[in-house]
Design a protein around this ligand. Structure first.
Ligand code: SAH
Ligand code: SF4
Ligand code: F3S
Length: 449
C-alpha cells in the first residue's frame, strides 16, 4: 500500500517517522509525499501544547472524508495515530474519531508494519475492532529498531540516543508520553551513526529529552556520559558535523565544555532551555536550577569555547508569574543575548501539576508578554546574524532553493544561509562569505579555494 506520514512536534518524532519509513518500506509499502496519493495515513503526533492536540483532530476530520471516498470506490484505506497524543489519549482517540483504525504509542513504532497487517486482516474478515498499542517499553523499541535497515536519508540527520524523562517539570507532558529515561548502548548508537554516514549523512544531531543526562553502556562495558560518547562519535570516518539536543541546564558539567573545546566536529552551538528568568517561577516549574546557576553555566561554556553561541526556550504566563517575574525573564534574555530562541505561552496540560495550580495567568496577559519577549529575542537574533555579515562561515548545504542554482544550508550556528553557485552541490561543505541578511536567514557567496 502507499503510505503518507504527517509529522508534528519535536525532532524525536522526525527520527521516529524516519524509522517507520524504513520499516514500512522494507515491508513492501511505498512512501508518498502527499496524503491524496496514499491509502495509509499515519499521523505522528505531539501533545506538548493544547494547539498541537487540536491540530490532530482537525487533520483527522479531513482524513476521514478522504478515507470514506476511497472506501466508496471499493478500495481500502487505513488511518493510524502514533506519537505523544496516541500515548496520552490511547483508546479515547477511538471514542472521538471511531474511523481511526489503530493507535500506536511512542514506544511501539517498531510494530508499525505488524499493526497495519493486523488492520488489513481484520478488514478482510469484516471485523471492525480497532488496534491499540501503547506499552511504554523503550528498551524493546530500540532492540527491534537495531535490526532494521536505514534507507534514504538527508545530509543532516537526527539519531535518538536517550528517550523519556524523569524530571517532571510541572508543566510538561513528556514524562507521561515518552516514559522513564532510557539510554541506548553506545555500540548501537555508533553502529547506527556509521550506517547513516555510509549512505552519505554528513551531520548527525544526537537526540534525547535530556540528552546531557545520557548514561548508556559504553563499548568498554562501563557507563558512558554524553561527553564520552561525543569523543567516540568524533572518531567516525566521514562524519563532518556533530550536535546534540536538548540539554537540561541542571545537568551541564565541565566535561561537556571540555568536549566542545576538544572536538573539532562538535558545533559551537548549544540549545539550553531556560524557561524563565525568575527563581520563584523556576522553582514552581521544578526545573532544579536558579537563574544564577544558569548564567554561570553559560559563562563556563564560553570560558572553554569562546565562540560558543546559545539558543533557548521560554514559557511566559506560567501560573503565578507576576509582572516582576516577567521583567526578570526579560533581564535574563538581555544578559545572555541568545542567537536564537523559541518562546511559548504556557498551555495547561491535563494530569500535570501546573494545570492544577492557582493564579493561572489570563490569556490576554500571556499574549502581551509573549509579544514583548519575542520582540526582544528577535532583536538579539538579528543582532547575532548581522554580526556575521562580512565574515566567512562554514556551511553544510542540505537542499535546493527556489531560484536557479540556489542552494540552502546551515552554518555552524544553525543559521539558514543561501548561495547561488553552480559549483556547489547538496551535501557539500564550503566556506561562504556572508553578504547580507534577509529576515531570519543569511545570504552569501562561496569562497573559492
Ligand atoms: N526536554 C526539553 C524540552 C522539551 S519540550 C527541556 O527540558 O528543555 C520543548 C519546549 O516546549 C520546552 O522547552 C518548553 O519551553 C515548551 N513547553 C513544554 N511544555 C509546555 C507547556 N505546557 N506550555 C507551553 N510550553 C511548553
Ligand atoms: Fe519536559 Fe522538563 Fe522533561 Fe524537558 S526536562 S521533557 S521540559 S519534564
Ligand atoms: Fe511533542 Fe512528544 Fe516531542 S509531546 S515535543 S512530540 S516528545
Amino acid at each position: 500500500m502507499n503510505f503518507f506520514i504527517k509529522n508534528y512536534g519535536c525532532q524525536m518524532n522526525i527520527y521516529d517517522s524516519a524509522r517507520m519509513i524504513d520499516i514500512l518500506s522494507a515491508a513492501g509499502h511505498k512512501e508518498c509525499k502527499h496524503l491524496d496519493e496514499a491509502n495509509i495515513f499515519i499521523f505522528n503526533t505531539c501533545s506538548i501544547r493544547e494547539k498541537a492536540d487540536e491540530k490532530l483532530f482537525s487533520d483527522l476530520g479531513r482524513a476521514k472524508s478522504i478515507k470514506f471516498k476511497i472506501q466508496d470506490a471499493g478500495e481500502s484505506c487505513i488511518i493510524v495515530v502514533c506519537g505523544c497524543v496516541a500515548q496520552a489519549k490511547k483508546e479515547a482517540i477511538f471514542n472521538r474519531a471511531p474511523y481511526v483504525d489503530a493507535v500506536v504509542g511512542t514506544q511501539e513504532i517498531h510494530n508499525i508494519a505488524n499493526v497495519i497487517n493486523e488492520v488489513i486482516e481484520k478488514k478482510k474478515n469484516n471485523e471492525y475492532s480497532n488496534v491499540l498499542m501503547g506499552v511504554l517499553n523503550t528498551k524493546s523499541k530500540f532492540e527491534a529498531l537495531k535490526t532494521t535497515n536505514i534507507t534514504e536519508r538527508s545530509y543532516s540527520e537526527y539519531l535518538t540516543i536517550q528517550e523519556g524523562c524523569d524530571n517532571f517539570c510541572t508543566y510538561c507532558v513528556v514524562p507521561y508520553t515518552r516514559g522513564r529515561e532510557f539510554s541506548r548502548d553506545a555500540k548501537d548508537i555508533i553502529d547506527e551513526a556509521k550506517k547513516m554516514v555510509s549512505i552519505g549523512v554528513k551531520e548527525i544531531t544526537l537526540l534525547g529529552q535530556n540528552v546531557n543526562s545520557y548514561h548508556g553502556e559504553g563499548t568498554d562495558g562501563r557507563i558512558w556520559k554524553l561527553s564520552r560518547l561525543l569523543y567516540a562519535m568524533a572518531e567516525i570516518d566521514g562524519l563532518a558535523r556533530l550536535r546534540y539536543v536538548t540539554s537540561n541546564p541542571k545537568d551541564v558539567s565541565t566535561d561537556i565544555a571540555e568536549a566542545h573545546r576538544d572536538i573539532d566536529i562538535l558545533m559551537p552551538f548549544l540549545h539550553l532551555p531556560v524557561q524563565s528568568g525568575s527563581d520563584k517561577i523556576l522553582k514552581k516549574m521544578n526545573r532544579k536550577y536558579t537563574t544564577d546557576e544558569y548564567l554561570r553555566c553559560i559563562d563556563m561554556l564560553r570560558a572553554y569555547k569562546p565562540d560558543m553561541a546559545f539558543s533557548s526556550d521560554f514559557i511566559v504566563g506560567f501560573p503565578g508569574e507576576s509582572d516582576q517575574d516577567f521583567e526578570d525573564t526579560l533581564k535574563l534574555a538581555e544578559k545572555v543575548r541568545f542567537a536564537q530562541a523559541y518562546s511559548f505561552k504556557y498551555s495547561p496540560r491535563s494530569n500535570t501539576a501546573a494545570a492544577k495550580m492557582e493564579n493561572q495567568v489570563p490569556e490576554k496577559i500571556k499574549s502581551e508578554r509573549l509579544k514583548i519577549l519575542q520582540d526582544m529575542l528577535n532583536n538579539h537574533q538579528n543582532e547575532f546574524n548581522e554580526n556575521t555579515v562580512g565574515k566567512t562561515v562554514d556551511v553544510l548545504f542540505t537542499k535546493r532553493g527556489k531560484f536557479k542554482n540556489q542552494l540552502v544550508g546551515r552554518t555552524e550556528y544553525s543559521q539558514a544561509i543561501s548561495v547561488c553557485d553552480k559549483s556547489i552541490n547538496i551535501g557539500d561543505i564550503a566556506f561562504v562569505k556572508v553578504t547580507e541578511i534577509k529576515s531570519h536567514s543569511l545570504v552569501g557567496s562561496v569562497k573559492k579555494k
